[in-house]
Design a binder for this molecule. Structure first.
Ligand code: KIV
Ligand code: ZN
Length: 387
C-alpha cells in the first residue's frame, strides 16, 4: 500500500468480538454479518479461529467462499496445525490472509516456557510456514505493549524477514495510552530493518476506555491498519469500536488526514444487527450508535438544533444511516421544540394555544419518562375537546 492517507479497516467482530463471553453467533448469523461487512467496505474481515472448533472452521470457509471484495483472514496460534487449518479455511477466498500470533511479553513467554531465543525460532519457523501457504501473512506479538522494546524489535524483524506482510501490534490488555501508542509504532518504523516494506497495524482493547484514542494515536505514529469491532464488541471491556475510529477520521479530517473505504451510511444497520445476533445491547450513550447519540432533550439544545443543526451536532445522523428524528420530547424540552414537533404531527397553533398545551405537556413529562408521538396526539385531542 503506497497511499499513506489510506487506513485499512480490519474488522474482528467475528473473531475477537465473538470471544466476548455470551456473544456466540450461529453459522448463518456469521455469514450475514460477514456479508454486511463486505458490502460496507471493510478491507479485511477476520472471520474466525479455524482450529478452535468445527463450527468456526466451517463458518470461515463459507465466508471465504462467499466473499466479494474483502480480504478474509483466519487466526492461528504459532503452531503448524493451526496455520494449516487456517489456510484450509481461508484458501477459498479471492483474497485470503493467515494471521498468526504468539505472546511475546515476559508474562506470555512464561506460558509456553520458551526463552527469548527459542521463541524467536518459533516465530521464524511459523511465519515462514504461513508464507509458504499464503502470500498475505499477518503476524502479531501478543501483549506487544508490555514487551521489552529491544525484544519486540528483534522479533518484528524476524517476522518481516520470514515473509509477514502486516505486523499487528496488540495492546492485548488495554494497558497503553495515546502518547505511548504513537511512540511505539514510530519507534518500530524507525528502528526495524524492512519496516518500510510492510504495513503496521494496531489492535487495542478498551480496559481503560482508551482503545479508540490509542488506535488513532497509533495511526499518527505510522500504523495504516486499525483492528476493530462493531459496537466495540470484544473480550472484557471490548475492542476498539469500528464506528468510532471511522467517524473520528471522517469528522476530524482536518487533524487526521486519513480516509477509509467504509461506507458510513451502513454503520447503524450493522450496529443493530450485531447487537441483535450477539445479544449485547448497545448502551444508550454509546458514541455514534447509542440510542441517544443524536437525541436532544434539553430546551436550549433543541432550540439551537432547530435553528441550526450544527450548534449541537458535529456529524449528521444520515452519515451513519440514521434517518430518525433527533428531538426527544421530555421534561427538559422547550416551547420551540414542542411547536416544531406538533407541526410535524400536523398541528399548527397560535401562541395562546401553544401556551396552554405547553403547560399540560410539562405536567405530563413530569409523570412520564418518555413522551411518544401518541402522547402528544392525545394531548392535542384533549385540548380540542376542552376548547
Ligand atoms: O488482543 C490480542 O492480542 C489478540 C491477538 C490474537 C491479536 O486478539
Ligand atoms: Zn484482541
Amino acid at each position: 500500500m503506497t497511499d499513506q492517507s489510506q487506513v485499512l479497516i480490519f474488522d474482528t467482530t467475528l473473531r475477537d468480538g465473538e470471544q466476548s463471553p455470551g456473544a456466540t453467533m450461529t453459522h448463518d448469523e456469521k455469514l450475514e454479518i460477514a456479508s454486511l461487512l463486505d458490502e460496507m467496505g471493510v478491507d479485511i474481515i477476520e472471520a474466525g479461529f479455524p482450529i478452535a472448533s468445527i463450527g468456526d472452521f466451517e463458518a470461515v470457509s463459507e465466508i471465504a467462499k462467499r466473499s466479494k471484495n474483502s480480504v478474509i483472514c483466519g487466526l492461528a496460534r504459532a503452531k503448524m496445525p493451526d496455520i494449516d487449518r487456517a489456510w484450509e479455511a481461508v484458501k477459498h477466498a479471492g483474497k485470503p490472509r493467515i494471521h498468526t500470533f504468539i505472546g511475546t511479553s515476559p508474562l506470555h513467554r512464561a506460558i509456553p516456557n520458551l526463552d527469548m531465543d527459542e521463541m524467536a525460532q518459533v516465530i521464524h519457523d511459523t511465519v515462514t510456514h504461513a508464507r509458504n501457504l499464503c502470500d498475505d501473512v499477518q503476524w502479531s506479538p501478543m501483549d506487544a505493549t508490555r514487551t521489552e522494546h529491544d525484544y519486540l524489535c528483534r522479533v518484528v524483524e524476524i517476522a518481516i524477514k520470514a515473509g509477514a506482510t502486516t505486523i499487528n501490534i496488540p495492546d492485548t490488555v488495554g494497558y497503553t495510552a495515546p502518547v505511548e501508542s504513537a511512540d511505539l509504532i514510530r519507534m518500530l518504523i524507525e528502528t526495524v530493518p524492512g519496516a518500510d516494506e510492510i504495513i503496521f497495524s494496531t489492535h487495542c482493547h478498551n480496559d481503560l476506555g482508551m482503545a479508540t484514542a490509542n488506535s488513532l494515536a497509533a495511526v499518527a505514529g505510522g500504523a495504516r491498519q486499525i483492528e476493530c469491532t462493531i459496537n466495540g464488541l470484544g473480550e472484557r471491556a471490548g475492542n476498539t469500536a469500528l464506528e468510532e475510529v471511522v467517524m473520528a477520521m471522517r469528522v476530524r479530517r482536518d487533524i487526521m488526514p486519513y480516509s477509509t473505504r467504509v461506507d458510513t451510511t451502513k454503520i447503524m444497520n450493522l450496529s443493530r444487527r450485531v447487537a441483535q445476533v450477539s445479544g449485547f445491547p448497545v448502551q444508550f450513550n454509546k458514541a455514534i450508535v447509542g440510542k441517544n447519540a443524536f437525541l436532544h432533550e434539553s430546551g436550549i439544545h433543541q432550540d439551537g438544533v432547530l435553528k441550526n443543526v450544527e450548534t449541537f451536532e458535529i456529524m449528521k445522523p444520515a452519515d451513519i444511516g440514521l434517518n430518525e428524528a433527533n428531538i426527544a420530547m421530555g421534561k427538559h424540552s422547550g416551547r420551540a421544540a414542542l411547536r416544531a414537533k406538533l407541526r410535524d404531527l400536523g398541528y399548527e397553533m397560535g401562541d395562546n394555544q401553544l401556551k396552554d398545551v405547553f403547560v399540560r405537556f410539562k405536567a405530563l413529562a413530569d409523570r412520564k419518562k418518555e413522551i411518544y408521538d401518541d402522547d402528544l396526539i392525545a394531548l392535542m385531542t384533549d385540548s380540542a375537546a376542552n376548547t
